[in-house]
Structures are given as structure tokens and as C-alpha cells.
Design a binder for this molecule. Structure first.
Ligand code: FES
Length: 125
């Protein structure tokens, strides 16, 4: 079975390090997620903190610490590794962000439409 991919952006469009928010699905409660660039790698996570379920960012596309080395939840200061999404500092040590698969083709980043649909559906149950 082939998995339909949905284009997000080019890796080169993101600052290094940097991040960008995306949403998936229509209606009032789309799935919010974000992509983080670190060097020539990119990682994607659902925009939901494992501590209290809040979105991580308070400003558009601001998901990183000022040093740019960790993902930051603005609510209570949890910090997560960029490559694994594991909380290394703050109120939920060891907890993980929900990671999404990313595919890169010729510098373009794609997410799995089936995976996004599954997460969107699971959340509304
Ligand atoms: S909701 Fe993210 S640190 Fe509390």
C-alpha cells in the first residue's frame, strides 16, 4: 500500500536552527504540528506538550530556546531534545513529544497524510 505524502516546505526555507508550524485538517480543531531544522536534518512533532497538553509556542513559529539547541514549551518551561523530542529539563522529565515521520526528496520535506489523518482522528475520539 502506498502512502500519500503531503508537501510541507523546503528544508532551505527554515532557519538553521529554526522551526515552522503547520496544521492538518479542516474545521475548528485541526491537528497542529511543527517542523524543526537542525543542520541538514529535520524533525516533526505534534504541537502538544506531554506535561499538560498545551501547545508549545506562544508566538508564531517560535519553538526553540534562545540558544536554538532545544525545543521549548512556553507554558511551564519544559525543554526537549530536537532529534528525539525527549524532555530533558522541566516538569515532565523523560516524557516525549509525539513524533511525526518526515520524508525528504530533493530538499523538499513531506509528511505522511495517513499518519496525520490517524493522529487527527485519534485526538477527536
Ligand atoms: S504544558 Fe508544557 S511545560 Fe507544562
Amino acid at each position: 500500500m502506498s502512502d500519500e505524502l503531503t508537501g510541507l516546505c523546503r528544508l532551505s526555507e527554515l532557519s538553521d536552527p529554526g522551526a515552522r508550524a503547520f496544521s492538518w485538517g479542516d474545521g475548528d480543531w485541526p491537528l497542529e504540528f511543527f517542523v524543526v531544522r537542525q543542520g541538514n536534518s529535520a524533525f516533526a512533532y505534534v504541537n502538544r506538550c506531554p506535561h499538560a497538553g498545551h501547545e508549545l509556542n506562544w508566538q508564531p513559529d517560535r519553538f526553540l530556546t534562545s540558544e536554538g539547541d532545544l525545543i521549548l514549551c512556553q507554558s511551564h518551561g519544559a525543554r526537549f531534545t530536537i532529534a528525539d523530542g525527549v524532555c530533558v529539563l522541566g516538569p515532565c522529565p523523560g516524557a516525549r513529544l509525539t513524533r511525526l515521520s518526515l520524508t525528504e526528496r530533493n530538499g523538499e520535506l513531506f509528511a505522511s497524510a495517513a499518519e496525520l489523518d490517524a493522529l487527527l482522528g485519534a485526538r477527536s475520539r
